[in-house]
Design a protein around this ligand. Structure first.
Ligand code: PLP
Length: 234
């Protein structure tokens, strides 16, 4: 495929052939990947493809022009609030990716702390060392200090006692992750054993004990940490 901007446009067949060639070495969506592709099987994959095609022309920027964007967003937000047993009056917003979601979650916690605990001038977040790198990005942009929390060497579960030791009045957010990749399953395979540490260094495991520690902390601060910033529109 040419890398320079072409003088003339390509035909449909040429465009599709170029894409097929470019994708030749990509990982297949065949349910065999342990990361990157969360494959739900052929039936759901086909439906997702058709649904994506049906919504492709939508620009969610303006729900007065595309009311479907508002309907879909509200439906997803409502389902998530139910899933999280959110309290009455909780709100949410759709985001366009993991990094944006994490940024908004950290920003929500920071704004909430600014409003309810103005005495906290150097906000911190407890972050298991296996959490995704975008938390560090959010911390950098939003002026929140990362306090790393150890994870268990074998299970990669966040170490609750380490978190409790590092808990302080400046902590505005405790990060957990659910679900996580399953480190144990692919670690058993010899091919992945050597790189298991690296490949699981992107997620941490949400355990009941870890969840309990997070909720205890939130209760103590009387501040439910929410993952939303703007009221659900419409
Ligand atoms: C757990 C987790 N958080 C955040 C991200 C970042 O997502 P994005 O690349 O969509 O910004 C990823 C991406 O793989 C992820 O797996």
């Amino acid at each position: 495929m040419s890398t320079s901007f072409p003088e003339k446009g390509k035909s449909r067949d040429e465009v599709l052939a170029a894409l097929t060639q470019a994708r030749a070495r990509d990982r297949k969506s065949d349910g065999r990947a342990f990361a990157f592709v969360y494959d739900p099987g052929e039936e759901a994959r086909t439906l997702a493809r058709e649904a994506f095609a049906a919504c492709m022309p939508i620009n969610g920027l303006d729900p007065t022009v595309y009311p479907s964007a508002r309907t879909l967003e509200n439906g997803v937000v409502k389902a998530c609030l139910e899933l999280m047993h959110a309290p009455e009056g909780a709100v949410g917003t759709a985001t366009a990716g993991g990094t944006e979601s994490v940024m908004l979650a950290v920003k929500s916690a920071r704004e909430f702390a600014r409003k309810t605990r103005p005495e906290v001038t150097k906000p911190k977040m407890l972050l298991p060392v296996t959490a995704h790198a975008c938390f560090h990005k959010a911390a950098h942009y939003l002026g929140v200090e990362v306090v790393p929390v150890d994870v268990h060497e074998e299970t990669f579960r966040a170490d609750v006692s380490d978190a409790e030791r590092k808990m302080s009045a400046d902590v505005i957010l405790v990060v957990g992750s659910a679900p996580s990749y399953n480190p144990r399953r692919h670690r058993r395979h010899p091919r992945f054993r050597r790189r298991s540490r690296r490949s699981t260094a992107r997620s941490c495991t949400w355990t009941p004990a870890w969840a309990a520690a997070c909720f205890r902390f939130c209760e103590k601060q009387a501040s439910p940490v929410r993952t939303s910033t703007s009221p659900s529109r419409g």
